[in-house]
Design a protein around this ligand. Structure first.
Ligand SMILES: Nc1ncnc2c1ncn2[C@@H]1O[C@H](COP(=O)(O)OP(=O)(O)OP(=O)(O)O)[C@@H](O)[C@H]1O
Length: 260
């Protein structure tokens, strides 16, 4: 099914209305709203301090917004109990941190990092867990004979790929990504982007991805939301927004990249 057909026939997987978060007098994000459809990738871009991280952390339940509604599959997640929220974060939702150290357990083997998330959703058969871990290491292009190594023995790019495997092993329906290629060398970024693009396509993932890198959204995102000073200033199909930006701020963002 094409994206357009999805948008017509499917209900949104994630529906956000009037999301606002303040830090004292300072605005983190204000009155943000959007729908994300199954299998769709939404990119959120903007300069430093524009509110991208605040928005993502409110969406993923890491902090509570002051106002607004977040509906996941029609359910109001801000009304969830702590236990319900944790269950969501362990299985149906995934969160890929910019720094893999924030999303991995560095003292646990690579296989253990993947297996642990499976166990958190009820897997108990050791052989099956190890097989899934081996399969996922292969999928993220980590040699399977590294399964018993700790992530601290991995390069930055390998750690990020392991974090992705740990997140995707439970088959989440919604993945949040915070600058997943940030802090990596350019060639390592390119390989990771390629891998992410393949996984998004093959698994039909629904993703909200925050980045300041327009090349990342150009490759991954179906739709783009541009933020400035905590507010959404432009939203549309990625090509449309990048090739024909309407808002002066988006024009500045796009032209500053073209000049580099
Ligand atoms: N914990 C906090 N306490 C106070 N103000 C904060 C806090 N976190 C963010 N802010 C403020 O909220 C606004 C949005 O910041 P945010 O980190 O969400 O932007 P960003 O677009 O993610 O920036 P970056 O790309 O640098 O991470 C900024 O004015 C920032 O100073």
């Amino acid at each position: 099914m094409t994206l357009m057909q999805n948008a017509i026939t499917a209900a949104p997987l994630l529906s956000v209305h009037g999301l606002t978060k303040r830090y004292g007098p300072r605005i983190g994000c204000a009155d943000v709203g959007f729908d994300l459809y199954p299998g769709e990738v939404l990119g959120i871009v903007g300069e430093s301090g524009s509110g991208k991280s605040t928005l993502l952390s409110c969406l993923a339940g890491h902090q509570r917004p002051d106002q607004g509604r977040i509906l996941f599959d029609g359910a109001d997640v801000l009304g969830y109990s702590e236990a319900e929220r944790r269950r969501l974060l362990r299985g149906d939702w995934a969160y890929v941190h910019q720094n893999p150290r924030d999303g991995l357990r560095m003292g646990v083997s690579a296989g253990g990092n993947i297996g642990e998330r499976l166990m958190a959703v009820g897997a108990r058969n050791y052989a099956a867990i190890r097989k899934s871990a081996t399969d996922w290491l292969g999928r993220v292009e980590i040699a399977t004979d590294r399964i018993d190594d700790r992530p601290s023995a991995f390069s930055g790019g390998m750690q990020q790929r392991l974090q992705i495997a740990r997140n995707l092993v439970t088959g989440p329906r919604l993945v949040f990504m915070d600058e997943p290629t940030g802090g990596l060398d350019v060639s390592v970024q390119a390989r990771l982007l390629d891998l992410l693009r393949g996984l998004v396509r093959d698994l039909g993932l629904s993703v909200v991805i925050v980045t300041h890198d327009l090349a990342v959204v150009r490759l991954l995102a179906d739709r783009l939301m541009v933020m400035k000073s905590g507010r959404v200033v432009e939203c549309g199909l990625t090509d449309q927004v990048l090739d024909d930006p309407q808002h002066a701020y988006t024009q500045l963002l796009v032209s500053s990249v073209l000049q580099v």
